[in-house]
Design a protein around this ligand. Structure first.
Ligand code: AVI
Length: 340
């Protein structure tokens, strides 16, 4: 059983099967309380809510729905790349190393690639720990001999896991970070996170999926679909923070907007006030003018040459890239040392 060095581990429950361990720590564990950092974000001149607050249980389900939309090409394009090249990308990796998926979510991606790999164990790290549990249960049924671990953890502030992963075995580890979630970090933060992954991998491999720059119409439609699922996903963040901050946002006062900022190479999602709005929470308040916005997400799009350079700056000396025929998405396999 793993113990938390900092006592932030609030729940350890080895499940009925001896190979399935569910480790749940406070997903928002950090020195600053979520309510405090939310209030600080809302009081900035450009008000902001960190994208991690999208992912309550409903938000995680809405994100799953986004991935099935015609307009949202990243998930299906990445899947095509895995279908076509997965046997090479994953089948080439040495056997019997731990496989760690960052942002494991529903664990569906891991489920599809596990037949190419022979990891010693699977470790899912996910802020929406409750949501990940369903996926881990499915994995435990499909791969009954594979030891599974689920860690509820928010790595948006860094990868300082509050316990020692060596207890899962020493030596190289393979990391999997699909879905272009790295795009939700600003470049300097993305570099830090990649450096932390490089350290965590202990000279194993990182397989990471990253969205590319493309026509603005395609990019903007992916973040503002005709059915309004992305709008619901964006607006749901207000419901979620009302619970955490005890604020009184009314969903009907706000509308979703998303646009591509070409200069910064990123999609920006905002919530825009439909009218003058005053919002209060215990210990604070803020007024918004009509059309004033709250920034909720950046989604950076990376050209393969630039992302390869970022991986190298993070210490991954050997980088291979696979893309689809239109180059709408890229999958990178990065190693510290050239594999034999
Ligand atoms: C999770 N992340 C990679 C998604 C993205 O495309 O940036 C989140 C998302 N936001 C709106 N649609 C999807």
């Amino acid at each position: 059983m793993l113990e938390s060095a900092s006592n932030r581990l609030v729940y350890i429950d080895p499940m009925t099967t001896p190979t399935f361990n569910q480790i749940s720590i406070d997903p928002h564990s950090s020195a600053i309380s979520p309510a405090h950092s939310l209030a600080a974000g809302l009081l900035k001149e450009q008000a902001e809510i960190a994208p991690k607050y999208f992912y309550d249980n409903l938000g995680s389900r809405l994100f799953e729905a986004i991935t099935a939309l015609d307009e949202y090409y990243p998930t299906r394009t990445e899947s095509l790349i895995f279908e076509r090249y997965g046997a090479t990308i994953f089948g080439d990796l040495p056997h019997h190393r731990p496989l760690i998926e960052l942002g494991a979510g529903s664990c569906r991606k891991a489920e599809r690639l596990l037949h190419w790999m022979h990891p010693s164990r699977f470790v899912g790290i996910e802020i929406a720990a409750e949501f990940m549990q369903e996926g881990l249960k499915r994995l435990s049924e499909r791969f009954p001999d594979l030891p599974l671990y689920g860690i509820g953890y928010d790595f948006s502030g860094g990868l300082n896991l509050p316990f020692d992963l060596d207890e899962l075995g020493t030596g190289p580890r393979d990391l999997f970070y699909p879905g272009s979630s790295i795009g939700n970090f600003e470049p300097a933060q993305a570099l830090k996170l990649l450096q932390a992954m490089q350290t965590l991998s202990q000279e194993g491999t990182l397989v990471i999926g990253v969205d590319t720059v493309k026509d603005i119409e395609i990019l903007e439609a992916a973040y503002d679909d005709a059915l309004g699922v992305t709008a619901a996903f964006n607006l749901n963040v207000l419901r979620h923070i009302n619970q955490i901050l005890k604020s009184d946002f009314l969903i009907e006062d706000w509308r979703h907007t998303a646009f591509f900022n070409e200069e910064e190479s990123r999609i920006e999602m905002h919530l825009v006030a439909k009218r003058r709005v005053r919002t209060a929470w215990p210990g604070g308040e803020r007024s918004f003018r009509e059309n004033e916005s709250i920034l909720t997400e950046y989604s950076y799009k990376w050209d393969p040459e630039d992302f390869t350079a970022l991986l190298k700056e993070a210490g991954f000396a050997h980088v291979e890239v696979w893309t689809d025929a239109s180059k709408w998405f890229a999958v990178y396999r990065a190693h510290v040392r050239k594999p034999q």
